[in-house]
Design a protein. Structure first.
Length: 76
């Protein structure tokens, strides 16, 4: 079973520093198998997204596409 976890990164664009959250997928052995950084600036939204991916049993090969759809549908 794939586990999805969020992670925080500090971004430093020309406009100023901010925290961004991404999602990482891990296999049953705990090995990292997929990463999508900078999905949202909201920790709560990132956690909800990771929980949804896990609950639905999302295949890690679809993580990037689903994250892009999530970003677009959320108005980012």
């Amino acid at each position: 079973m794939t586990r999805y976890r969020i992670f925080e990164e500090i971004r430093e664009p020309e406009t100023g520093e901010y925290s961004a959250y991404g999602v990482a997928a891990f296999n049953c052995a705990g090995e990292l198998i997929a990463v999508v950084p900078d999905i949202t600036v909201s920790k709560n939204k990132a956690e909800a997204f990771a929980k949804l991916c896990e609950r639905l049993g999302l295949s890690p090969c679809h993580l990037k596409d689903v994250a892009e759809d999530y970003i677009i549908s959320d108005g980012y």
